[in-house]
Design a protein around this ligand. Sequence first.
Ligand code: 5GP
Length: 142
Amino acid sequence: MAYDANNIFARILRGEVPAHRVHEDEQTVAFMDVMPQADGHTLVLPKAPVENLFELDDEMAAAVMHTVRRVAAAVKTAFDADGITLMQFNGPAAGQTVFHFHMHILPRHADRPLRGHGRTMADQALLAEHARRIRAALDAGG
Ligand code: 5GP
């Protein structure tokens, strides 16, 4: 499948659609998932137009993982999480719904199950507050 330049993440990257950003550098962006499976659910994506894992080159993969490590540490601190789950889907059969490569960062607490994937829209003010907490943890060094 050819990369669709009008997918929702491409539009967020171009600034056409708002998102609660927590991090941005030359190669990657991180923002809050609008239908979080846990409070603090954050997405990390490369700026380059790649649809899935198989189109990611080694340099992009390294840049994404560098950001994932930093943001995951900040999410863990910001949400006082017991652990972090990383998720990443490739292709509709695997559950991918947005066709721009991204990693999911999910803070986990013992005995707290995840909510459904892409199920319930969160309140925008709440997402803004969650993003603020993650940015503060990043500013404090993770
Ligand atoms: P996938 O199923 O492709 O791995 O995950 C796509 C994710 O993007 C889902 O968790 C979904 O909640 C999230 N999502 C869908 N539309 C938007 C949007 O407009 N903005 C943001 N920030 N996240 C979105």
